[in-house]
Design a protein around this ligand. Structure first.
Ligand SMILES: C[S@@+](CC[C@H](N)C(=O)[O-])C[C@H]1O[C@@H](n2cnc3c(N)ncnc32)[C@H](O)[C@@H]1O
Length: 280
C-alpha cells in the first residue's frame, strides 16, 4: 500500500520531469493545453511522443484490417498515427472530456477523422474486446489491473505498452527506442491449460496430454492410459500457435501446432506425415 508521501515522490521523480519535457513541446492547442490540471481518473495525461507511437505500432506489426484501441487516449496521438500510417480503424477511450474534444480536433487536422473514433469513458467499464491491437501508456499498476480483461481477449491480440510492464506477465518482446524509452509487447495466448486427448501418428498411439499453462509458457505431461510416459518444459504459445519438445521411447520430438477452440492440430518434427490432432 503506497502512502501519500510515496505518491508525491513518484510524482516528483517521474511525472514532473516528463511534464517538463512535454511543456517545452507545447502539447495541446489553443483550446486545451497540457498542464498539471489535466486530470485523468487513474493517471494524468502525459503524451506519448510521435516517435514512440510509431515504434509501438511497428512493434505490433499493424496491418490492414486491424482495429487499434488506445486505452486512455489523451490527445489521440496513437490512434491518429495508426490511421495516418496504416489506414486502419482506430479507437481511443479517454476519461477526460476536454481531451476527447482535443483528440477529435487533432484527428480533423490530420484528416483521419473518417478512420478514428474517440469515446469518452472509463477503460475499466468500456468494451474494447474488438481490438486486434491494444496500446497502453498507463503505469504498471493500471496495466496489471487491466491484465485479467486483456487475457480474456481474442487469442493473438497484440498489446504494446509505453514504458510500463504488467506484473506477472513477462513481455514477449522489449524494445528500447532511440531516445532510450522502453516499449513492451505481448501477444494474448489461447487458453490451453488442462487435459487433451491426443491422436498421434502410427507408432505414437493415443496419448493424453496434460498442459500446465503460465500465460505464454507451459509445461506438461503425456500419459498412455494411466502411465506417465513423458514430461516436458519450455512449451511456448504465441497467440494460437504452440510448440514444445518431448522425448518418447528414446526418440526426440518437437510438436508444432495450432489451437482452435477445443481442438489442436499439428505435426511432429516438421514432418507433414506425422500429423497429430488433439481434442479437449
Ligand atoms: C499517460 S496518458 C497517455 C495518453 C495517450 N495514450 C498517449 O499515449 O499519449 C494517460 C491517459 O489516460 C487517461 N485515463 C486515466 N485513467 C483513465 C480511465 N480510467 N479511463 C479512461 N482514461 C483514463 C488520462 O486522462 C490520460 O489522458
Amino acid at each position: 500500500m503506497q502512502t501519500k508521501r510515496q505518491y508525491f515522490a513518484i510524482a516528483c521523480c517521474i511525472v514532473l520531469p516528463l511534464l517538463y519535457g512535454c511543456a517545452t513541446t507545447n502539447y495541446g492547442d489553443n483550446q486545451f493545453r497540457l498542464s498539471m490540471a489535466s486530470s485523468g481518473k487513474d493517471v494524468m495525461w502525459v503524451p506519448t511522443k510521435v516517435e514512440m507511437a510509431d515504434q509501438m505500432l511497428a512493434l505490433a506489426q499493424v496491418r490492414p484490417g486491424d482495429r487499434v484501441y488506445d486505452l486512455g487516449s489523451g490527445d489521440g496521438v496513437i490512434p491518429i498515427e495508426a490511421a495516418k500510417k496504416y489506414q486502419v480503424r482506430a479507437v481511443g477511450i479517454e476519461y477526460n472530456p476536454d481531451l476527447v474534444k482535443l483528440s477529435q480536433r487533432n484527428a480533423e487536422r490530420a484528416k483521419v477523422q473518417n478512420l478514428v473514433t474517440f469515446k469518452q469513458g472509463d477503460i475499466f467499464v468500456e468494451d474494447f474486446s474488438q481490438a486486434t491491437v491494444l496500446t497502453l501508456y498507463l503505469g504498471e499498476n493500471v496495466n496489471t489491473r487491466l491484465m485479467p480483461t486483456i487475457l480474456k481477449m481474442q487469442a493473438g491480440t497484440r498489446v504494446v505498452s509505453n514504458t510500463f510492464r504488467m506484473e506477472g506477465w513477462i513481455p514477449d518482446q522489449e524494445v528500447r527506442i532511440s531516445n532510450g524509452e522502453m516499449a513492451y509487447f505481448w501477444i494474448v495466448p489461447s487458453n490451453i491449460d488442462g487435459s487433451w486427448q491426443w491422436n498421434g501418428p502410427p507408432g505414437l498411439g493415443d496419448l493424453r496430454l496434460v498442459i500446465r499453462q503460465k500465460k505464454q509458457f507451459f509445461d506438461g505431461t503425456l500419459y498412455q492410459g494411466n502411465k506417465r510416459v513423458a514430461d516436458f518444459e519450455d512449451g511456448r504459445i504465441r497467440g494460437s500457435d504452440l510448440e514444445f519438445a518431448f522425448a518418447y521411447q528414446k526418440m526426440n520430438y518437437v510438436f508444432k501446432g495450432r489451437v482452435n477452440g477445443a481442438s489442436m492440430t499439428g505435426n511432429l518434427n516438421n514432418n507433414p506425415s506425422l500429423v497429430v490432432s488433439g481434442k479437449r
